[in-house]
Design a protein around this ligand. Structure first.
Ligand SMILES: *Cc1c(COP(=O)(O)O)cnc(C)c1O
Length: 437
């Protein structure tokens, strides 16, 4: 390594002489041979809080929000952050301050939002297959309700008529997303009401005089192209003409972020320009300025986060060399569940020789975090950083193998804050009831 300052993503050095790119894309930097986030040594964080630990760069999160706001500055765009990606109350507070609302997929997420001070009208509640009791609870909390099946729409109509505004989630049947498990818009997906059932929807709306003020589509995660959004938009625009009192159209989330070196992420400026033009054109035809909503999760928080883990063993077999770390699918399940790629690098070795390793967890399952990766020579005790761990990392963590969930640390204004304590053995026992046997 010749230059003293290099971002871990492998972007060429000249990127960093352009300040605007520097502030938008850099999270962890290599300065004077130590990895730093906002000037704080990453190895020091691992020392201070122990491993494994989740670390989030608050500045990166706020920058992603700004990026999206800039890309859609020509229209009345509202961000409803998809809470399920990362739901620590401090992250929600940070996003509230940055001007976003939130999308909640459970009543507990609604409660989290209200708990940190979101206004009910800033919260979109998009449940799937929940009971009507939970819908009622959300109505009582005065948040926006997004319904995704016809029986629920009828039930809603019977109980509330037109007294409570409602949004309808449509399934446009667009195949999108990086993996079948994160594509939710296809024909046999359980999400949304099929666009092919529009006539049936309209019948229910008329019968109960439903006050439909929004339409929603969310086609999946890891969508790259403006064209996919535009395809979804066209279908939504067509359906929207059938509803007279709309106030917003919601295009869901799913913007792709870079995972691999040289990986392309959604060109957000391109999406912004193209979708804005189409949206303005639609509003003209509709005869009313509507709001354009998005529900990004991954785009906002993925790149901000690192899971820091320690190398417990270096194990050579005739076939490969494993690095076993003090974490696994209990803390980050994306590689195993979605075949997701997560970049890994050795925080403790900023130069020297490289070897090919498979980074695996300590769980009694095959929990390969990263297969066949070139890393700077790993020794026992080295700290490895797993990238893109901000979204669907901690929020999908479990106690499998009766392991403790890691702490979370947020870096804000050049300072590190513990925002969740590491669990203790008491937490493992906490809700278990000891009966006489
Ligand atoms: C998960 C989800 C999102 C966010 O998806 P990302 O890929 O993280 O952007 C948005 N809307 C709904 C309804 C979701 O379920």
């Amino acid at each position: 390594m010749h230059n003293t300052e290099k971002e871990d993503s492998g972007l060429p050095f000249f990127y960093f002489s352009i300040p605007i790119f520097a502030t938008q894309f850099i999270v962890m930097k290599l300065i004077d041979q130590t990895y730093q986030i906002q000037g704080i040594g990453v190895a020091d964080l691992a020392e201070k809080y122990g491993t494994p630990v989740y670390v989030y760069d608050g500045e990166k999160i706020v920058n992603q929000v700004k990026l999206l706001q800039d890309a859609f500055s020509g229209v009345n765009m509202k961000i409803k952050y998809a809470t399920k990606a990362l739901s620590n109350i401090n992250i929600l507070k940070l996003l509230k301050k940055a001007g976003t609302g939130m999308d909640a997929v459970s009543i507990e997420e609604v409660k989290l939002g209200l708990h940190v001070g979101f206004d009910p009208n800033e919260i979109m509640y998009t449940p799937n297959c929940v009971s009507f009791d939970e819908i009622k609870e959300a109505v009582d909390m005065k948040v926006m309700i997004n319904l995704d099946n016809i029986p629920m729409l009828e039930h809603f109509g019977r109980v509330y008529g037109n007294s409570v505004p409602v949004c309808i989630r449509l399934n446009p049947h667009i195949m999108a997303g990086g993996n079948a498990k994160i594509s939710v818009g296809h024909i046999d997906s359980k999400f949304g009401i099929s666009i092919l059932q529009l006539k049936h929807i309209l019948k229910v709306v008329k019968e109960y005089d439903l006050n439909v003020i929004g339409l929603h589509v969310h086609t999946g995660s890891d969508i790259l192209e403006a064209e996919v959004f535009l395809k979804g938009a066209e279908i939504l625009f067509d359906a929207a003409k059938e509803f007279k009192d709309l106030m917003f159209l919601d295009f869901g989330g799913g913007f792709k972020v870079a995972y691999k070196e040289g990986d392309i992420s959604t060109d957000i400026m391109d999406v912004g320009k193209k979708v804005s033009v189409a949206f303005q054109q639609f509003c003209k035809e509709y005869g009313k300025e509507l709001e354009l909503w998005f529900e990004p999760g991954k785009f906002i928080v993925s790149e901000s986060g690192y899971l820091l883990a320690r190398a417990n063993v270096i194990k050579s077999t005739p076939a490969s060399t494993f690095v076993g770390v003090d974490s696994g699918l209990n803390h980050l399940i994306r590689p195993m569940m979605y075949d997701a790629y997560h970049g890994v690098f050795n925080v403790s070795k900023t130069g020297g020789e490289q070897h090919v390793y498979s980074v695996v967890g300590y769980i009694c399952e095959t929990d390969t975090i990263a297969a066949d990766r070139k890393l700077n020579t790993v020794e026992e005790g080295d700290i490895l950083a797993i990238k893109n761990a901000g979204a669907y990392g901690f929020s999908m963590a479990s106690n499998y193998n009766s392991r403790l969930r890691p702490p979370e640390v947020l870096i804000l204004g050049g300072k590190d804050y513990l925002i969740r304590e590491r669990e203790t053995f008491d937490d493992i026992l906490k809700h278990q009831i000891n009966i006489d046997i």
